[in-house]
Design a protein around this ligand. Sequence first.
Ligand SMILES: C[S@@+](CC[C@H](N)C(=O)[O-])C[C@H]1O[C@@H](n2cnc3c(N)ncnc32)[C@H](O)[C@@H]1O
Length: 248
Amino acid sequence: MIFTDVDREYDALLRIMTLGLDWAWRRRMLSKINHNRPTRVLDLACGTGLVIFALARSADSRSLLVGLDPSSSMLRSASRRKRAIRARCSLELVQAVGEFMPFRNGSFEYETVGLALRNFGDKLAMFVEAYRTLIDSGWFLSVDFVLPDKPLTKGLYLFHIFNVLPNLGRLVSSSWRRTLTYLARSIQLSQPPEETAKMLLGCGFRHTFFDKVTLGIVAVLGGQKWSEMDPKLSISNDAKSSLELGGS
Ligand SMILES: C[S@@+](CC[C@H](N)C(=O)[O-])C[C@H]1O[C@@H](n2cnc3c(N)ncnc32)[C@H](O)[C@@H]1O
């Protein structure tokens, strides 16, 4: 797996590569969460747990934060950090993929993905699962790298991610060179946020949005689960109430 053997240096290297901006990007996504009430949040592709541990700082004892990731080594790092911090809320780590979530329908108020939307082999299946496992009116939120729209920025950015980053990675280890080459390819192939928002709409989400930040190299996006009443159901309910009225 591509994220095997990079867990130990992941947090520090990401910080260096993004000049510390990765935290600002995650915070921008997390600012959409209402922190004033107990919440159940699922962080998909949690990696070393940067999103859930950031949330844990402001969560109270009634909150449940769950991190999901298929990588044993990333989860081992997350688990070490979980032992080191004293969270007031419940924290769980689950080994699974986002395309098949081992949770009941309507389990979470928010589902987040930090810098990892590109990593899902089947994004559509993950969106369908997110919709199923969110409560009605729950939010799906993501922050991830995308390609800038402006041709000049795009050209310079592609040069940076294909030529500079993998060479920096090589200085650390061959695993990091491989991971950063994968990162560059996945960004080059990333779906424009406009299309991802359309995909969310197609899966039943409403109030979808996307914000491009930092010269358009990152997009924060999301949508709200909105289960509209089945029209047949509302007709039969109307018919039922008129029958009841008629009978009284
Ligand atoms: C770049 S890391 C992101 C870690 C973290 N979310 C963050 O904010 O830094 C990408 C993670 O996606 C995970 N991943 C890859 N495929 C996945 C899938 N199908 N479902 C869930 N997670 C997946 C990898 O194991 C890895 O830990």
